[in-house]
Structures are given as C-alpha cells and as structure tokens.
Design a protein around this ligand. Structure first.
Ligand SMILES: NC(=O)c1ccc[n+]([C@@H]2O[C@H](COP(=O)([O-])OP(=O)(O)OC[C@H]3O[C@@H](n4cnc5c(N)ncnc54)[C@H](OP(=O)(O)O)[C@@H]3O)[C@@H](O)[C@H]2O)c1
Length: 210
C-alpha cells in the first residue's frame, strides 16, 4: 500500500513528467523514499527533504535522489532553494508545517501538489498558523477535494467554444447578463467605492456621459 500511495500520488495527482523538479518531504519515510525513486525513474530531478545529514546522505547515495536537504539545518530554506534553482514542479506533501512553508514559495506556475499526509501536525507540533493551513489541507485528503487555480488569459483558445455555447444560451433567453449602470464620469469615485459595499449586481458599468 505504501508503494501504491507513492505511485498514485505522483502519477495521477502529480502528473510527473521527465524534466520536472520533484520535491518530496519525509523523503526517507516509506512513502517518500518510494515516491522519490519513482520520480527518478520517470525522469524527474528529485529533491528530498529529511531529518538529519545521515538520512539525507542515504537518500542520495543509496536511493538515487539528486539532492536531499536536512530540514533541521539552520540554513534549510536557502539550501532547498539552491537545490531547486528552476523552482518546483511537483511537491509531494507528506509533512506540512514548516516544511510546507519552505517549499511553497518555490512552486512554479502550473505546479502540482499531491497532498498525501501532514505528519508535522499529527501531534500538534506545528505552530498555530501552520496548523490552521494543515487542517485545511487535511480536509483535502479526507474529502478527496481538488483545488485548481486558473487565469482566464491562459485559456483564450477556448473562446470560440465559449461564444458558441454562451451565445446560444443568451440568444435563447436561458442566461441573463447582469449589469449595474452608473451614469456620468463624476459618479466614478462613488461607483468604485460602491464595489466594496456591494452596491452593484453583476458587472458595474460606468457610462461616461449622462
Ligand atoms: N493519503 C494516503 O492515502 C496516505 C497513505 C499512506 C500514508 N499517508 C501519509 O503519508 C505520509 C508518509 O507516510 P509514511 O508511511 O511514509 O511515513 P513514515 O515512513 O512513518 O515516515 C514518517 C517520517 O516523517 C518525518 N517526520 C515526522 N515528523 C516530522 C516533522 N514534524 N517535520 C518533518 N518531518 C517529520 C520523520 O522522518 P525525518 O527523520 O525525516 O523527520 C518520519 O520518519 C504520512 O503523513 C502519512 O500519514 C497517506
């Protein structure tokens, strides 16, 4: 089951591809050591995170990791950043807490984070703020929730499909475009402030001339 956990997380959720930089926390653990080796077999650059220089040495020399960083070292964050100079494409999350906080700023655009476990929070050892985030992440595990950020401009190639479907709905009266119209440039400041009071319904439109 340990091997299956590592394989599923890395391939199905992490969508591991050759050339990706993969960071694995609890890298010397059962799941982490397997995930790192699978990543290497798939052509990823594999950076482990583990406790202590001996475990880190083992992961590089015996398990074929490209690098392994000791999260207890005082310069942990700097060493992690140096080991992933092109950023992180996949973070295989086993730990949470301070380790997650160190990895998160290194994530690249389009990165994937298989949230497998949060061992740093299991015994209340993570700080209060980190534990709050870990609680939220734990709900992702327990409820198998998928969270995906997006930016509209990246998907402009889908515009024709959008126009065809939405245009049909609009023309057929199945969809209404909500608008709040404000008239006159002089009304612009109040209209803008109104956005934060919730004065508008739908798109707020300022008509420059009365
Ligand atoms: N989602 C699933 O279906 C699924 C299935 C199986 C396991 N899991 C989860 O996957 C994770 C790994 O499981 P595993 O069986 O591989 O665990 P494991 O072999 O027992 O490894 C746990 C390791 O985590 C590290 N660790 C403990 N506390 C830490 C902390 N505060 N900060 C950083 N590292 C810490 C320790 O290694 P160091 O010496 O490096 O600190 C420890 O040896 C766990 O969170 C587990 O709950 C999830």
């Amino acid at each position: 089951m340990t091997g299956f956990t590592a394989w599923w997380g890395l391939t199905a959720i992490g969508e591991a591809r050759a050339g990706d930089t993969l960071v694995v926390s609890a890298a010397a653990g059962a799941v982490g050591s397997t995930a790192g080796q699978i990543g290497r077999l798939l052509g990823c650059r594999v950076v482990g995170i583990a406790g202590g220089p001996e475990k880190c040495r083992l992961m590089v020399e015996e398990y074929g990791f490209d690098a392994c960083i000791d999260y207890r070292a005082p310069d942990f964050r700097a060493r992690l950043a140096a080991a992933a100079p092109g950023g992180v494409d996949i973070y295989f999350e086993n730990v949470g807490g301070a380790v997650r906080e160190a990895v998160w700023p290194l994530l690249n655009t389009g990165a994937r984070v298989p949230v497998c476990g949060l061992v740093a929070s299991y015994n209340g050892a993570a700080g209060a703020a980190a534990a709050q985030v870990d609680d939220m992440l734990m709900s992702l595990i327990l409820k198998r929730i998928r969270v995906q950020g997006f930016m509209n401009a990246d998907h402009i190639g889908a515009f024709d499909s959008f126009e065809a479907q939405m245009g049909g709905w609009l023309a057929g009266g199945q969809l209404r475009a909500a608008e709040s119209l404000v008239r006159g440039l002089g009304q612009a400041p109040q209209a803008f402030i109104g956005l934060f009071r919730g004065d508008n319904t739908g798109k707020l439109v300022l008509q420059l001339e009365d």
